[in-house]
Design a protein around this ligand. Structure first.
Ligand code: PLP
Length: 391
């Protein structure tokens, strides 16, 4: 039989896709499913963005583009960052990639090899650990704790750096917790990294426009002293409801850019041309749809947090960003994964067990509130009935 290289015995998955498949299968059998499992906006892409792609197709934009993305799009990314954060970014250090995930893939490929250590958030996006293990590097989890609102502690993170550390991954606002790391902690991290000039940092800022309670996102691009080893991951998926278009952007240090360009040439050539034109329209066009989606997520965030805290055995800190709640279910008498699975099979409510996001995820489940207020209310009611009957 065919066997593949050992690296594929060490590659993981994102269980959210398996839960989505199971929820879809149950729905096909006629079950009434409320899907709070998958992490994607339930809004359509803003119409002017769709129109820009249609126009690009009609205008004959059917060919390859430069591997790093078309210059007007990279310039639009730089303008957007300047408008929002006052930072200067060279468009020639911006890379357009087929989804935010691809930046993660490239960064971990650049630094991952046996003997290398890579720090990553736990609970965190499952692909970080999966890709680290795939490269043979050693994954070093940095805990995100409930008592800190699921923010990481710079002190705790810096203490995990060893001579083998090659790359640190951070993610704020965070998936799966909705945690936002306070600006002071980001300051401390940037300062602490001065002592480790050979360690690279990847800041996953894909939820940067989804922060609530008057908080402001603090981008790592605001620290010129670490630009020479900073990779910033971002994209259109979550902000502009474009998960299915498959495009993201990243900013790279000059020393890494050429290698990522070559990886693009080898692996994906470029992002499809019409989507790149849609990306320009999204960044340069009116931002009112982004504000509307954010307000709607905020409203649901309050609904879901209040509803979760009223459930027997469940408590939830108020998430400050992204569109996830990460309630503590330790007092329900259930382990997190069996609970998530029973909720789906018995009540039709899809959630994800916390252990799918790391060892520090036991005792929690993730709910995505990228669903209508009505569906959120239905899900909470079913969860309440289930937990009252089955504690
Ligand atoms: N980073 C985080 C923290 C995410 O939650 C996700 C998507 O769920 C991504 C990156 C990937 O985004 P994309 O769909 O653009 O690949």
């Amino acid at each position: 039989s065919l066997t593949t290289v050992a690296a594929f015995d060490r590659i993981g998955e994102e269980n959210a896709f398996a839960v989505l498949a199971r929820a879809t299968a149950l729905a096909a059998q006629g079950r009434d499913i409320v899907n709070l499992g998958i992490g994607q906006p339930d809004f359509p892409t803003p119409p002017h963005v769709v129109e820009a792609a249609v126009k690009a197709l009609r205008d004959g934009q059917h060919g390859y583009t430069p591997s790093v993305g078309i210059l007007p799009l990279r310039e639009a990314v730089a303008r957007d960052l300047n408008r929002r954060f006052g930072v200067e970014v060279d468009p020639d250090l911006v890379m357009i990639v087929p989804g935010g995930k691809v930046t993660m893939y490239a960064a971990i490929r650049l630094f991952g090899e046996p003997g290398a250590e890579i720090l990553y958030p736990d609970p965190g996006f499952p692909i970080y650990r999966s890709m680290i293990e795939h490269t043979g590097a050693t994954p070093i989890p940095v805990p995100a704790r409930e008592e800190n609102g699921f923010a990481f502690s710079a002190e705790e993170l810096l203490a995990l750096i060893t001579p083998k550390t090659r790359l640190i991954i951070i993610n704020s606002p965070g998936n799966p917790t909705g945690g936002v790391t306070p600006a002071e902690e980001i300051d401390k991290l940037a300062q602490g990294l001065a002592a480790h000039p050979n360690v690279a940092l990847m800041s996953d800022e894909i939820y940067d426009q989804l922060v609530f309670d008057g908080l402001e996102h603090r981008t790592l691009l605001a620290y010129p002293e670490i630009r020479d080893r900073l990779i910033v991951l971002n994209g259109w998926s979550k902000t502009y409801a474009m998960t299915g278009w498959r495009m993201g952007w990243s900013v790279w240090p000059k020393a890494l850019y050429e290698n990522v360009r070559k990886l693009a040439v080898n692996a994906w050539s470029c992002v499809n041309a019409p989507t790149q034109f849609a990306g320009i329209a999204a960044l340069d066009g009116p931002q009112d749809a982004v504000a509307r989606m954010r307000d709607e997520f905020d409203r649901r965030r309050k609904l879901v947090t209040e509803g979760l805290n009223a459930l027997p055995g469940v408590s939830s800190v108020t998430p400050k960003g992204a569109f996830y709640a990460f309630p503590n279910v330790g007092e329900t008498g259930w382990k997190a994964k069996p609970l998530a699975s029973a909720l789906l099979e018995e009540t039709g409510v899809a959630t994800i067990g916390g252990p799918d996001f790391g060892v520090h995820g036991e005792g929690y489940i993730r709910l995505s509130y990228a669903n209508s207020a009505e569906n959120i209310a239905r899900a909470l009611e079913r969860m309440g009935d289930f937990l009252s009957a089955r504690r």
